[in-house]
Design a protein around this ligand. Structure first.
Ligand code: MN
Length: 199
């Protein structure tokens, strides 16, 4: 994913704000995308001049920055990947093609993958993200990251993510994080996930 350089911006939503309900309501989009993500973008852009990170991509920054710049760059990268991976709900939504083959190869089946991924998201203590990534050999793996963490910092290619910060689901699902995560499978745009898989 080419995420550009300073000044950074929030990725354009590829769907209407009310298109993902009930998994993610228009109200959650208005706060999560419109306020939380925009604040990370604004904070990052305010911190870049004079930091030495002018001209660097978000991936470059998360690989080498620390403190506030790392936190805000990580959250911009994480949310841009998150908000561009959805489409309106489809019954029986499932991956196809190369990504489906890679998931079956590395997790046994799509059902087994979903169960493990959801469990890792539900079981992450506090705020963070669960990720499906790909390593340098093309092998898929699931990792948990706390706070602003992104697998790109470890040299992995991030493919799919569930945001488990409470701001991602509390307006719609309150304390029912596992139910929210289960609802997300219907709105994953697997064509986008496959396009992130290196050739
Ligand atoms: Mn978030």
């Amino acid at each position: 994913m080419n995420t550009g350089t300073y000044p950074f911006s929030a990725a354009t939503l590829p769907y209407a704000p009310d298109a993902l309900a009930p998994a993610i309501s228009a109200e959650t989009i208005s706060f999560h995308y419109g306020k939380h993500l925009q604040a990370y973008v604004n904070n990052l852009n305010a911190a870049i001049p004079g930091s030495g990170f002018e001209g660097k991509t978000l991936e470059d920054i998360v690989r080498s920055a620390q403190g506030g710049i790392f936190n805000n760059a990580g959250q911009v990268l994480n949310h841009n990947l998150y908000f561009t991976q959805f489409r309106p709900a489809r019954e029986g939504n499932a991956p196809a093609g190369r990504i489906a083959e890679a998931i079956s190869r590395d997790f046994g089946s799509f059902e087994a993958f979903k169960e493990t991924f959801q469990k890792q998201g539900a079981g992450l203590f506090g705020s963070g993200w669960v990720w499906l990534s790909c390593d340098g050999e093309g092998k898929l793996l699931i990792t948990q990251e706390t706070n602003a963490g992104n697998p790109a910092a470890k040299g992995l290619t991030p493919l799919l993510t569930f945001d488990v910060w409470e701001h991602a689901y509390y307006l719609d699902w309150q304390n029912r994080r596992p139910d929210h995560l289960a609802s997300l499978w219907q709105i994953i745009d697997w064509d986008v996930i496959e396009s992130r898989l290196p050739r």
